[in-house]
Write a protein that binds this ligand. Structure first.
Ligand code: SAH
Ligand code: SF4
Ligand code: F3S
Length: 509
């Protein structure tokens, strides 16, 4: 059932197929980096590859079904070329673990999201038998990365999730929440900036929980002092007796241990009590890195979005004018069943707080339709919140029961499929209408656009993105990674059209 891994006589080639979210995209970049450091080169098509990898997602049933179709294709390839190695990584692999080998006996190696580094171990061993790696070991920071884009990069700031949203499989596929050390992250961002990266997106399942499990004796930056009390308020300290910084190869030992900073060169008096790090100070520090022009992050949790983070959006031009704030549902009753830990009023209060400080900021969201027990009245409440907030965009999902989750046991009051479909249509219509209305505010304005490359529809035009995360297709000149001034001439719910300003063309603006 397994391929024989002999010393290659020719260069071995790999093909990685990625499903799921940005975390998986980033994990795939790390897989590619690792494979290239082992001497593999990329193959555009699986047919040309000696190693076929699937980086899987299990967030909804549709993700599982798509993967299973791809695995069927890999099985046929393996029949024709028994030497090909088939690997399955990511969240779906983690959720089924060794069962993957029973269901798909042609799979040679399977590994969870925290175990990418084990793939190298497998490929360089003489193993003739299938292997599965499913421990949660934190973030292997030492892996090389082959970025998809030259000027934009993802930085994973934490692994796992400590929340228990009743519909969600992620806590069981990505394990407990653990923040990566502050200095390690800054080193990573500095290295990215030196390599030409202009925009970073900080990734975590609940990014604003960042740092609760770390300790430092460094004082909070002065501009965050007014929010120091608020920063302590909602979350408190972890219940375990000590901090839980990730460990393992490549993880410097300093951050996360109470004594570490105090024993360093800038040791402070022992009376200074260690404090947790905060997401707001990480944002500030990343924004201060030379060469970094834009900082984004995804996703914050509405229960934890606080004044300190919003103040950083208001005062730092590098911190983008966009927050993705997943709503999930507008009915407090359904939010409670989802175990989201906020209600409709709290969500709306957070939106008011954000808009007070940052009136022009773009807000986007995630919404689930047809959660078990969702009545017409509950759904209408979701429509009301969508209307009231006026999101700049939304990802909308039909509820999908996931194995092992609490909501998968709510089988008494399932919403019939045609009702889900009909609600989805009404929701999408409203989301698009409000998004279209919102984007009109950009028409006539001149916005800074970070150039990404040629427009997908018209190679004579360029494509880029505003701080609000809106795609702009425009006429003008500019290289990927450059920021140019574009006058916006029209807007749809999805994208903006424009023309580069004359001054920008002349290189003076
Ligand atoms: N940690 C992130 C989201 C991760 S999953 C957060 O909390 O925002 C991305 C989105 O998928 C979720 O926000 C939710 O809207 C959707 N989702 C998750 N589980 C789902 C399920 N079982 N059925 C339908 N949609 C789901
Ligand atoms: Fe899932 Fe909720 Fe954690 Fe997001 S916050 S990953 S939805 S459990
Ligand atoms: Fe992402 Fe899918 Fe896992 S959305 S966290 S790859 S289940």
């Amino acid at each position: 059932m397994s391929a024989t891994l002999t010393t290659p006589t020719t260069v071995r080639r790999y093909h990685v197929r990625t499903f799921g979210c940005q975390m998986n995209e980033h994990d795939s970049e790390r897989m590619r980096g690792m494979l290239e450091s082992l001497g593999y080169s990329p193959a555009d098509e699986p047919e040309d590859a000696d190693l076929i990898l699937f980086n899987t997602c299990s967030i909804r049933e549709s993700a599982d079904s798509r993967l299973i179709a791809h695995l069927g294709h890999a099985k046929r390839m393996k029949r024709e070329r028994p030497d090909v190695v088939v690997g399955v990584g990511g969240c779906w692999a983690q959720s089924v673990k060794d069962e993957v080998f029973e269901r798909f006996p042609f799979v040679d190696v399977a590994f969870g999201p925290g175990q990418i580094n084990r793939l190298a171990e497998f490929l360089t061993s003489d193993s003739l038998s299938a292997q599965g790696y499913f421990e949660f070991e934190g973030f292997p920071a030492h892996l090389p990365t082959k970025r998809d884009r030259d000027h934009q990069a993802w930085v994973q700031i934490a692994v796992g999730c400590n929340l228990k949203c009743s519909y969600c499989i992620v806590p069981s596929t990505r394990g407990r929440e653990s923040s990566r050390p502050f200095e390690q992250l800054l080193d990573e961002v500095r290295a990215l900036a030196a390599d030409g990266v202009r925009e970073v997106t900080l990734l975590g399942q609940n990014v604003n929980a960042y740092g609760r499990d770390l300790r430092t004796v460094e004082p909070l930056p002065a501009e965050l002092l007014p929010y120091a009390e608020a920063a302590k308020r909602p979350t408190g300290l972890p219940s375990s007796s000590g901090p839980t910084a990730p460990s393992g190869p490549g993880v410097p030992s300093a951050e996360g241990r109470p004594a570490a900073d105090a024993s360093g060169p800038q040791a402070r008096p022992s009376t200074v009590r260690p404090r947790p790090r905060t997401f707001a100070e990480l944002l500030l520090a990343v924004a201060d890195v030379d060469g970094i022009e834009r900082v984004r992050y995804t996703s914050p949790h509405p229960k934890d979005i606080r004044e300190d983070v919003v103040a950083v959006h208001a005062t730092r031009p590098e911190v983008c004018q966009h927050i993705h704030l997943p709503l999930q549902a507008g009915s407090s009753r359904i939010l409670k069943r989802m175990r989201r830990t906020y209600d409709r009023e709290r969500y709306l209060d957070r939106v008011r707080m954000i808009r007070e400080r940052c009136p022009d900021i773009a807000l986007t969201t995630d919404i689930i339709v047809g959660f078990p027990g969702e009545t017409e009245e509950d759904f209408v409440e979701t429509l009301e919140v969508v209307d009231e907030v006026g999101f700049d965009g939304a990802f909308t999902f039909v509820f999908s029961p996931r194995r092992g989750t609490e909501a998968a046991t709510f089988t008494d009051d399932l919403v019939p499929h045609p009702v889900k479909v009909e609600r989805m249509e009404r929701l999408v219509e409203l989301v698009q209408r409000r998004a279209h209305e919102r984007t009109q505010r950009f028409v006539g304005r001149t916005l800074d656009v970070l150039v990404e490359g040629p427009s997908r529809h018209d190679p004579d035009r360029l494509r880029g993105r505003t701080s609000h995360n809106k795609v702009v297709n425009f006429t003008g000149l500019g290289e990927p990674g450059e920021t140019v001034a574009v006058e916006i001439t029209s807007a749809t719910s999805q994208s903006l059209q424009g023309e580069m300003t004359l001054l920008s063309r002349l290189g003076v603006a």
